[in-house]
Ligand binder design. Structure first.
Ligand code: S3P
Length: 184
């Protein structure tokens, strides 16, 4: 007997994008809990796959090498289910931006003053120079249009605590989830 295997295409319930300090990982985890699905943080997955921390990858191999690992990891995650949060710069890789065109993309926007304060409490190689605040603002300005263009939903990450932001994301996602669920 011939068995035909149907290839079922999976994709995340939601992909969170946004700049450093927007709270993508914290909010993403809460959104996944509310939806009852798995959560994957792309940066954590990079560390798992590569075996080094992100600052180590930047220091030892440089930014382009990090972006290549990130590209491979993120493209793989985008073929799986659950909620996925991406590192702030992932959207600048053309293949990732292209793949995001077929996803439910939640942009967590953040005011630069608040975002910078939050981003300082992490180990972020791109903010390791002499003037991290200027660098933060420059990078955000460079990426702003890309975040906006890729977003199917935009939520202001400064409009409440993480639980409130997660609730707002889930409410906004409901509009995007229901029609697809009802499609035969
Ligand atoms: C980066 C953001 C980081 C991490 C890496 C590069 C960026 O993730 O991927 O340090 O280019 O903005 P977070 O946005 O989670 O801080």
């Amino acid at each position: 007997m011939m068995v035909t295997r149907k290839r079922i295409k999976t994709h995340p319930a939601a992909v969170l994008i946004g700049f450093m300090g927007a709270g993508k990982s914290t909010v993403g985890k809460l959104v996944a809990e509310l939806l009852g699905v798995d959560f994957t943080d792309a940066d954590e997955q990079i560390v798992r796959v590569d075996g080094r921390t992100i600052p180590e990858i930047f220091d030892q191999d440089g930014a382009p090498a990090f972006r290549e690992i990130e590209r491979q990891v993120v493209l793989d995650l985008l073929t799986r289910g659950g909620v996925v949060s991406l590192g702030g710069g992932a959207v600048m890789t053309p293949a990732i931006a292209d793949a995001l065109g077929r996803q439910r993309v939640v942009y967590l926007s953040i005011d630069p003053d608040e975002g910078f304060v939050r981003a300082q409490c992490g180990d972020r190689p791109l903010l390791a120079g002499d003037d991290p605040e200027t660098r933060y603002r420059e990078l955000l300005a460079e990426r702003q249009d890309t975040y906006t263009a890729l977003a199917t939903i935009t939520v202001d990450a400064g409009a409440g605590n993480a639980a409130e932001i997660a609730d707002a994301v889930v409410t906004a996602l409901a509009d995007h989830l229901l029609p697809e669920r009802n499609t035969p």
